[in-house]
Design a protein around this ligand. Sequence first.
Ligand code: 6PG
Length: 237
Amino acid sequence: MPLLTNNDSPQQCRWHSYSTTAELEQAAAQTILHAAQHAISQRGAFHIVLAGGTTPRRVYELLREADTDWAAWHVYFGDERCLPPDHAERNSRMAALAWLDHVAIPANQIHPIPAEMGAQNAASAYARAVEGIELFDLVLLGLGEDGHTASLFPGHELGNTPDAPVAIAVFDAPKPPPQRVSLSAYRLGAAHQVMFLVTGAAKRQAITDWRNGAAIPAAAITPTSGVDVYLEAMLLP
Ligand code: 6PG
């Protein structure tokens, strides 16, 4: 039984493999900038959802040097850990230090998840923050060793149906900290483009499971246009 999806069909995956991490990061940065150029030319704005964790850090650093209309960028987050805003483990802090503090995106166009409010209040607040956006232009996601993405974990609510909440409060995440906020799978899939960034040998089993059709949380992200998985060649059989 395929996972319920934004387009009611099984996830379509396009696998883009790179022989080195550096090549993957360069390619990912170029794809992001191309998506921005397209969205800004078509719609006058670029709404991007950032991935957390450590994988995207170098991609964010590469974006610092980009020649783009930063005033047209609107930045959101796919998930956040319930920690103080300046905590070293906050996804928003990683993105700020690596990239956002170094470019001229207007501050009111950067939308961190207010996870310091606590998971439930932050989830409600963030659902309101993204209300006006029918489709994100680009959603960046990582992949956990257990197949999680954003803060959507195996055996937990994924929110992969049309009636799912926009943002989900998580209280018992297996990846610390336990309390998190995540956009739902359905909301993350409401996008023109979805791009996963996967590096590191530790992700090999999750990639194998995914390619074998396992219903891991990452497979619950199902935009009509399919998803693009940028991964290191060593993760493929
Ligand atoms: C988080 C992330 C999470 C992350 C994966 C991969 O808040 O932890 O959103 O989904 O993307 O766990 O993490 P790494 O990139 O650090 O391997």
